[in-house]
Design a protein around this ligand. Structure first.
Ligand code: RIB
Ligand code: CA
Length: 325
């Protein structure tokens, strides 16, 4: 029986690889994809999510638009990382598959109330606005969620949008507060683990070699996405954040971490969006998340490349107009 998941996302090249990995994996039953404003505004994230589904040959996947603004503060986006479209590096045709009429938050609530309790996993890959709103509007869903496996936060790695805060949490710290206080089992993929999963040149070329337009698009995204972090960190390749959420569901044994208490700073101008992670257990506060710190990065890329190969073999991507080609 495939694991039922909802992917909440702000594509984002790294989100794209998480979605592709999920759609290539028969172990997972993607009930729907919900878009949220984050890397780029909602109008683009909902379009990008549909383009990614079509690239995977899965225009059957329902895509929903969610929140255009965080719960309490103004939206901050990351075009400087992802480009103006959010998927710079390849130029896919506009999506043909329709956007669902239902609001993403309503879809999340309705699905959790309909499906058997404890059988649906939420996989947030962006700011937690849609999840925070769903839990606020319908608190009864908390007991019905199997687990939340999210990309966000950091401790020993510090922040990536401020010295203290990781982008997804920084964009909507109020929503993150709701999620981490919900009592739902949480697995957190912070910068501490995603920074150990880098798109080295060898790894990118293996993906390009998958061939066809699919290999061109996937490698083009990585070529574009990694440039920002390579310059920032001086590394060969950049961290591939979001696919770790999906890889954890498929191969949890390649990850390691510790159950910790995690609180969110929402007030300080200097540190808002910081995940205050009690790794050493000094606060006396109850653990509310499994904080993942270690990963077998070779196993991760072997899994990702193998599953992308399944998609590449199934169907060429639509005719492409590569940027600058
Ligand atoms: O900080 C990295 C996270 O922010 C990733 O999910 C990336 O896609 C952006 O949303
Ligand atoms: Ca993301």
């Amino acid at each position: 029986m495939a694991d039922k998941i909802i992917i909440d996302t702000d594509p984002g090249q790294d989100d794209a690889f998480a979605i592709l990995l999920a759609l290539a994996s028969p172990e997972l039953d993607v009930l729907g994809i919900t878009a949220v404003a984050g890397n780029v505004p909602l109008a683009l994230t909902q379009k990008n999510a549909r383009q990614i589904c079509e690239l995977a040959g899965r225009s059957d996947i329902p895509v929903y638009a969610g929140s255009a603004q965080p719960m309490a503060i103004q939206l901050v986006t990351a075009e400087h990382v992802h480009g103006a479209t959010g998927l710079d590096g390849a130029d896919l045709p506009d999506p043909i598959m329709p956007l669902q009429d239902q609001h993403a938050v309503e879809f999340i609530i309705e699905t959790l109330l309909r499906e058997e309790a404890g059988t649906v996993t939420l996989c947030p890959l962006g700011p937690l606005t849609n999840i925070g709103k769903a839990l606020t509007k319908a608190p009864e869903i908390a007991a019905r969620i199997k687990q939340i496996v999210l990309m966000g936060g950091g401790l020993f790695e510090g922040g990536n949008i401020t010295p203290a805060a990781e982008f997804n949490i920084f964009v909507d710290p109020q929503a993150a507060t709701v999620v981490f206080a919900s009592g739902v089992p949480i697995v957190m993929m912070p910068l501490d683990v995603t920074h150990k999963v880098r798109t080295t040149r060898t790894r990118v070329e293996r993906i390009r070699a998958l061939g066809g337009d699919f290999g061109t698009v996937a490698a083009g995204w990585l070529d574009y996405f990694e440039r920002f972090d390579e310059q920032k960190y001086g590394t060969d390749g950049g961290p591939l954040h979001d696919p770790n959420v999906i890889a954890y569901l498929l191969r949890p044994e390649i990850y390691g971490g510790r159950h910790c208490n995690v609180e969110i700073e929402t007030e300080s101008e200097l540190t808002k969006g910081m995940t205050v992670v009690d790794w050493w257990g000094v606060s006396g506060r109850a653990a509310n998340a499994l904080f993942i710190r270690d990963v077998d990065d070779e196993a991760f890329f072997a899994l990702l490349t193998e599953r992308l190969g399944v998609l590449a073999a199934q169907r060429p991507a639509p005719q492409l107009r590569r940027l600058g080609a």
